[in-house]
Ligand binder design. Structure first.
Ligand code: AMP
Ligand code: MG
Length: 408
């Protein structure tokens, strides 16, 4: 426990390391067509079986000639002996002549320069070519993009659009990926009703379920929806057992605080064990982590903003490691604060901020006024987090850590 944290609260980094030590990556692999592999985690590294491009080809519409047939000091006229559109096989150029060539078409044998159409004059039979510039000009060499035998993608990365394109460019139609992690989500709380139904007095809409569904989907994982769970020991036990039997990881929201209506912690201890509880994080202090029915369990707080923050900061890395990813990190950028926080908080704080432009055009972070853990709109307004270290204070203009939501 760090000297400056609140008693009983574990520093965020320590909690993360402890959690990650329990994350067992799944090993089951499935083969999916490349067009369906977006966001999936690659299970085996990929080596190119071909050169890309396969042949030397023209980067321009123009004329393929031998550099030695051009003159160093004046234009020269050569007869056109060949026409080479894209898609045809290799050909050979007669010395002393030019080939009409198009972008992407294979450069003929004996030609070592492409002269772009715009620099020439042609009557269809012959072409006037400018003086020599550079040998090999406007030729895309075979293998210049990807060489045969080159490893193009390593295992344990998440496939983005550009990786799908690279796989297709080397002729790969199906890839091995880890099967999607199944994440069970329970929304605890007697006060909750689903949107689309009429809340009775005292009831509120279940928002955590939707925030979590979105977050889980964004990571490329499958959600197993356990629904709303009433605040009783029996309902909580039934729901946790059900969740553990149907998913790889169990996530709950609410019911992990200190009130008598909070049944989650006790039930987890009954069905499994609790590894840690209470983090030095704001918002999100009552986070719990353990296991139920042999499955990892993450108990997120109930407050909607705490759910959002603790999912990003604690659950995300855990889930991605289980999904088979290597790199769990995200960048932090140093950006000037456009606000002041003079009261130190003995927890690491994740302020919802918006990256904005100040009047002089510089980037600054604006802070949402109401940073209460119940104000979910702060997250919808914001573009990311400003991270304040434990007991940290900020004056306007200070450089502070910024994590864009898009990096999470
Ligand atoms: P709890 O930790 O269960 O005491 O919940 C803390 C606060 O979060 C309470 O105000 C709850 O009403 C609220 N809350 C809990 N779960 C949800 C949910 N699924 N959607 C919206 N608010 C919730
Ligand atoms: Mg509750």
């Amino acid at each position: 426990m760090s000297c400056c944290s609140s008693p009983g609260l574990m520093p965020v980094e320590e909690a993360l390391q402890r959690m990650l030590a329990h994350a067992q990556p799944i090993t089951e692999i499935e083969w999916v067509p490349v067009e369906q592999a977006l966001g999936r985690v690659l299970a085996e590294s990929q080596v190119s079986p071909v050169d890309v491009p396969p042949l030397d080809n023209s980067a321009m519409d123009g004329y393929a000639v031998s550099f030695d047939d051009l003159q160093a000091d004046q234009a020269v006229r050569l007869p056109i002996s060949l026409r080479i559109p894209a898609g045809v096989g290799p050909s050979s150029l007669q010395p002393g002549t030019a080939a009409r060539i198009f972008t992407g078409a294979p450069v003929p044998l004996n030609a070592d320069v492409i002269v772009m159409q715009e620099d020439t004059e042609s009557d269809g039979e012959s072409v006037l070519l400018p003086r020599q510039e550079k040998r090999h000009q406007h030729i895309r060499v075979a293998g210049q993009d990807i060489a045969c035998g080159q490893q193009v993608l390593s295992a344990h990365i998440r496939l983005r659009a550009q990786e799908l394109g690279v796989l297709a460019s080397i002729g790969i139609a199906k890839v091995p990926v880890f099967r999607k992690l199944r994440v069970a989500v329970l929304s605890t709380g007697d006060e909750l009703v689903e949107p689309g139904t009429e809340p009775a007095p005292g009831q509120i809409f279940n928002s955590n379920r939707y925030t979590l569904a979105g977050l889980i989907n964004e990571l490329g994982l499958d959600m197993v929806d356990i629904g709303i769970v009433q605040d009783t020991a029996q309902s909580t036990e039934i729901a946790l057992r059900d969740a553990a039997s149907r998913a790889d990881v169990v996530i709950s929201s609410g019911g992990v605080s200190v009130g008598e209506e909070d049944y989650v912690k006790d039930t987890v201890e009954k069905l499994g064990q609790l590894h840690l509880w209470k983090l030095a994080i704001k918002p999100g202090k009552p986070l719990a982590f353990g296991e139920v029915g042999g499955k990892p369990f993450i108990g997120l707080p109930g407050n909607p903003t705490s759910v959002f923050v603790t999912f990003h900061i604690a659950a995300r890395a855990f889930l991605l490691k289980m999904q088979g990813m290597d790199d769990l990190s995200y960048p932090r950028y140093r950006i000037p604060a456009g606000f002041t926080r003079s009261r130190p908080v003995p927890r690491e704080e994740y302020l919802r901020v918006r990256l904005s432009q100040s009047e002089d055009g510089a980037m600054i972070l604006k802070c949402y006024d109401n940073q209460s853990s119940g104000v979910l709109f702060s997250a919808a307004w914001a573009t990311g987090y400003a991270v304040l270290s434990m007991n940290g204070v900020v004056s306007e203009g200070d450089l502070i850590d910024y994590i864009p939501f898009t990096e999470l």
